[in-house]
Design a protein around this ligand. Sequence first.
Ligand SMILES: [Zn+2]
Length: 866
Amino acid sequence: MAAAPFLKHWRTTFERVEKFVSPIYFTDCNLRGRLFGDSCSVTLSSFLTPERLPYEKAVQQNFSPAQVGDSFGPTWWTCWFRVELVIPEVWVGQEVHLCWESDGESLVWRDGEPVQGLTKEGEKTSYVLSERLRASDPRSLALYVEVACNGLLGAGKGSMIAAPDPEKTFQLSQAKLAVFHRDVHSLLVDLELLLGVAKGLGEDSQRSFQALHTANQMVNICDPAQPETYPAAKALASKFFGQHGGESQHTIHAMGHCHIDTGVSRCTSKCVFFSQLLAVLIQMQLRFLTMEQGLMKLDLRPRAWLWPFKETVRKCARSWSTAVTLMEQNTDFIFACSQAQQLEWVKSQYPGLHARLQEFACRGQFVPVGGTWVEMDGNLPSGEAMVRQFLQGQNFFLQEFGKMCSEFWLPDTFGYSAQLPQIMQGCGIKRFLTQKLSWNLVNSFPHHTFFWEGLDGSRVLVHFPPGDSYGMQGSVEEVLKTVTNNRDKGRTNHSGFLFGFGDGGGGPTQTMLDRLKRLSNTDGLPRVQLSSPGQLFTALERDSGQLCTWVGELFLELHNGTYTTHAQLKKGNRECEQILHDVEVLSSLALARSAQFLYPAAQLQHLWRLLLLNQFHDVVTGSCIQLVAEDAMNYYEDIRSHGNPLLSAAAAALCAGEPGPKGLLIINTLPWKRTEVLALPKPCGAHSLALVTVPSIGYAPAPTPTSLQPLLPQQPVFVMQETDGSVTLDNGIIRVRLDPTGCLTSLVLVASGREAIAEGALGNQFVLFDDVPLYWDAWDVMDYHLETRKPVLGQAGTLAVGTEGGLRGSAWFLLQISPNSRLSQEVVLDVGCPYVRFHTEVHWHEAHKFLKVEFPARIRSPQATY
Ligand SMILES: [Zn+2]
């Protein structure tokens, strides 16, 4: 008798198939319920520790009997499980899995090596013990499972971006052996993809109905209880996916990837540094910055991204051991991996895994990308530090994997400086992959594939995977979005597609690979090929003739608060960039002067790497948890405490034998001659002011009291306080007038008489704003905060003269910002100096407030040179 004709309604048919594969409904009789067959228990024992122990040490501890249902914790602790298992003999010929479900992130160890990560959130809950158990295989063995008491995205209390909950408990909910039915899994993948095609192409599409008919027919002929019916259902699916599209199909290059946000971990080993004291005064680079408090955001909100630093190392081990297993089982699977720092951690702590990565790199399956030490912030590091990211990264990749990276890889950062194309080109990189601009709040970026032109005209080819994610799963929906969302249709016929759980690591799964392989060439869908970044960019370059060019910065319309959040991190970063710059300049000069000088190359590399690590896109930005911020501050302290002695040693070698009162020399590490007022140390600990001139990248003896240069033709600074309490500072170049509360009422260029402060307005005006963003508290500052402006009014009579004139004049005042917060400020004008400096110290005890200082200027110009 013929089967009943297919008369059903689209929706009921669709939902019928859904129920057939559902993990929730009808699992007693549907296909999903047959995914696993027979099972048996394992014998468990466990050991709990607050430390992150190496395997060798962990397995020597005392393990106590444990069972499924046990709870452990708290947050950031580790529970090691010993799993003793005996595979039943009757399972010979079958695929056998260890099924493991627990809260937290787990790593399976076998024979002393990490072999796979297991996380519920990352859809990895079974470890393949044997793809096909042979009679000769050992059937009893012991594994270890290292369970970290944190999730893929940390341990946020209530929400992902909240501060961690230190008291969370974790539970083991499943641990057993089971027979896995690969044929059922294969049919489930087919049916889910067919549902995806039916839904994604919609009821207007002929192909959508073909997919739905095929799926419905498969349900009709497949009896979950009768495996002998599976092949006929499989044949129907194979026929559908084997119907190819035409030559013009779009090609998607799917690349396995796993974005792991880098924390920072305190090193236990330290370089040996030497320390030498010398009375040398170093003139720092930042001396020429003015109006340094132009924009300030200071607050004490909890930060949350998102796990302590040593956990990052374990995340790498969990994610990459999984990737290695997948590469073994899928010879066409290519996994792209960035961040030399993470690879270096794995090299030192998991050498066996590192060797496997090198092996797969030789086969072309493991592809190091990015070229940088970490995926750094794209705006806050100095140009020199950006170069060092590539220098340290590329050297590491060359040393460990035999070649440098040809693509810059920065999927997740908060905007991109216009100097990057030039720096990339200079570091041998012409290709750049990112996607973060898809997060723009207001304006959609107009391209996915384009040339990016930097400040000097350097151009690189940029690709944003049009699916707008770096954590794809291989669904039909994502594949279709990659085509429909592509803003460069007609200009290029290739797109990238990054699949694998990300941010907290995890990476690709076998199911994702099965989906993508099934979609390699199916009518109605784009072609999908497992590719490398190199293959993608080569294809894009081939037809790049029609691509548009974007000139200048790639600005992210979101997360702008990261420029000011945790101001101490920004300060530490800039100071340390400056110290390392100066150590290198002086050490190079010292070496040029004497071949006996030992250039501190190893120490500098170590310190640069610490600094580069802190420039990770969730560290220097301040969007990290408090634990990370504390470690970052400690690193800055390490760089200061080890960098400054190097600076003194280089200066001592450079200046040996030079004349000068009590050996005092002044060094200028900037490439132009400078004349400035300096506070010179006196023996009693006091200081005396002197006007000094130092040549470009050079030094000069400090002036003696008798050799102090005459001020002429420079006019000394005059300081006058009026009876109303206002103060005027005048050095003949500029004249500054402060009202009795410290606000700037006038700033005049004396020669021209030109007034810079806008008419009727006040400069140096502190203002408070509310700071309540839409979601990302540490990251964002929203435009609507401008509507909450409240000037902080000072009290008349608080302004006083500080330094009374001559070489330097200054005035200072106190300002009460709120009952809890206050600031003090000194306004300084030096002889011969064409700008005024504001030294501000803020005692800040506010939450969700934003402090700025305004300088409304009588200047209109679309451009500024600085
Ligand atoms: Zn990230």
